[in-house]
Design a binder for this molecule. Sequence first.
Ligand SMILES: *Cc1c(COP(=O)(O)O)cnc(C)c1O
Length: 383
Amino acid sequence: MSLKDAYNGEPHFPSRALISRSAFEHNLSKARELAGEAQIMAVIKADAYGHGAEKIGEWALDAGVEWLAVAQLGEAIALRKALHERGRMLALIAEPGAPFWEALELGIDLSVGASWALDEIAFAANESGIRARVHIEVDTGMARGGFSLAELPDIIPMIAEYAQSGLIETVGLWSHLALADDLQSPETQRQTEDFERACELFADAGIDIEFHHLAASGGLLWHPRTRFSMVRTGIMLYGLSPAPEIATAEEMGLEPVMRLEADLVSVRDVPAGTGVSYGHTATTQEPMRLGTVPLGYADGIPRHASNSVEVVIGGQRHGLIGRVCMDQFVVAAPGAVAGDTVTLFGASASGFPTADDWAQHCDTIGYEIVSRLGTRVPRYFVD
Ligand SMILES: *Cc1c(COP(=O)(O)O)cnc(C)c1O
């Protein structure tokens, strides 16, 4: 599809995120190579980390991925409908009183990490006559969700009873690594051993579980023992590194899926000594041309990028000058004219800064750079 075709029918806006299908498929094949026998669960929470979950979900399913995961049950309900109930979808999070009955009717797999959830889901299964497919969450070190190992001896008989009565099917057992991005820490090994202990406790109780899943991208990439029978990959499918200080996306052969660009809305030639943007935190040292980029912190451009990151105009890198505003920021733009394309980030192979580069400048992670990209920036899906 040409860019022009991709733009057809899209809302008018002076910036855009180009989302590359071929890059996504490339990253997926990398993940599959590493995963070996383990299934890939493509994590498309938070609108596929800002990339557009409907399309990314569709691309993943078309490429033969069987499992999708989202965070909130509400995301799962919306996406499950949008994707016509194709494949399998796990909702990682639900709150008391959540519409579990609707989840069951839509065939959504549910995570269970507390006894209230077990009871509510079994109740919904009983009411609807649909057996609930659940993935039991065990807390091995995140302290944010799941049954502790100490609780399991009391919980397992309850689970066994619900399973025997046909209200639930125990499809999965899962946990999440806290330090997969730290190759020195013994914590990942300890968590893995605890996870294996949890698996044994279920096996000893005669509860069959098809999928054991512990690894996200970091585990898949750097801790082979954490792969088990399924891996929940998010960030690497979008072509970013879970920890660029260990290995950059480029070093791992991943291709960024998102390229963020905008049209310069104005340029001006200013003399030396010109204060730029709010607070005049920058002053020009020499006469220069400035360009105005129509993206701001309301679109997810971090205010921490002020006076720090670089963008590309006409193949040249130019620094951001002064503070990022709500809808705009100013860059050095020698030789540029209004309407010129500014690329904020994309693939390093194409000479662009990456979202991981932005993250480094802004004291955050690439996950945050892409997932906070605002909803008013249109996404264009390209080959
Ligand atoms: C977000 C998330 C993932 C995916 O993590 P990545 O680092 O993006 O691969 C996997 N599992 C859980 C529980 C998550 O919350």
